[in-house]
Design a protein. Structure first.
Lengths: 144, 142
């Protein structure tokens, strides 16, 4: 029986810039930041109230895992904003929207009431996008 | 309902600005009355709105930020005394007391644990990385 998701990836174009975005703008906590040789780094972060989920800020660069053509294609798709990385929840979507906007986070969509609840969309520094939703969207009372 | 409040976007902006002010100035002596004045609210109204958004009063939030920053500094192996004054406490005993209450262990114990973990990482970094990732990156080959 699977019990939890513990580690997952966010493919990023630049790890230093991603660190700044996820830690200083979104307020995520650094779990591991371990140098792995001259050009490699194991960098994981967690949402502030979810310390047991590690998000690997996974750099897309030419390597054993990504041949040149694959890396270039993937970088191109990330920059185009093709990849949605999931839903991030908050207590108050309007306050969170105002705070992230004040910190320079780029929103594709400001908070808007949809039939499934209130939602905003924003991009990370690479181009990945997230849905931002209040916890109340997931209350049983709001079941469709 | 939150949705009904949002047209009052100026209220959100003032509260968010107050929160960002705490985030930036946590190390200074912050008079929370001044923050409510700057936000053009009565103190009571300000505290009520702040708590409804962040789940903590401004004072509780300030304490939370200071302890979180203290943890970050201790993670970087700063001394307990240095950390205490860097995050806005006047005395090591009040800092240690609050830290222990919130984190569950004393700052010196926290620091000792972090040092121990760092030593382990330095000795064997791969033991902190899931094997599948280390393999895919070729880190076992180095």
């Amino acid at each position: 029986m699977i019990t939890k998701m513990t580690v997952t990836n966010i493919h990023v174009i630049d790890q230093d810039s991603a660190y700044d975005f996820y830690v200083n703008k979104l307020g995520f906590k650094v779990v591991d930041d371990i140098p792995m040789g001259p050009d490699s780094r194991w960098l994981t972060v967690s949402p502030p109230e979810q310390p047991d989920l590690q998000l690997v800020l996974f750099p897309v660069k030419v390597s054993k895992m990504f041949p040149k053509e694959t890396a270039e294609t993937l970088i191109d798709l990330i920059k185009k904003g093709i990849f949605g990385c999931g839903v991030l929840t908050c207590n108050d979507i309007f306050a969170t929207y105002e705070e992230l906007k004040a910190k320079g986070v780029e929103f594709i969509k400001p908070p808007k009431k949809e039939f499934y609840g209130t939602e905003a969309l924003f991009k990370d520094d690479s181009g990945n996008y997230f849905s931002l939703q209040p916890l109340t969207n997931f209350d049983n009372e709001n079941d469709i | 309902m939150v949705t009904e409040q949002y047209p009052k976007v100026y209220l959100y902006r003032r509260i968010v600005q107050a929160k960002l002010f705490i985030d930036k100035n946590y190390a200074d002596k912050i008079d929370l009355s001044n923050i409510s004045d700057e936000a053009y609210f009565s103190k009571f109204h300000f505290i009520r709105l702040f708590k409804s958004i962040y789940g903590k009063t401004p004072h509780q939030y300030l304490k939370y930020v200071r302890i979180e920053k203290a943890k970050e500094l201790l993670n970087n192996e700063a001394s307990v005394t240095e950390v205490c004054y860097s995050v806005g406490f006047d005395s090591v005993s009040s800092f240690s007391g609050l830290f222990s209450k919130i984190v569950g262990i004393s700052p010196s114990m926290y620091l000792a644990q972090k040092k121990q973990t760092k030593e382990k990482i330095t000795k064997n970094p791969l033991s902190f990385v899931p094997g599948c990732y280390a393999y895919q990156h070729g880190w076992y080959e180095k």
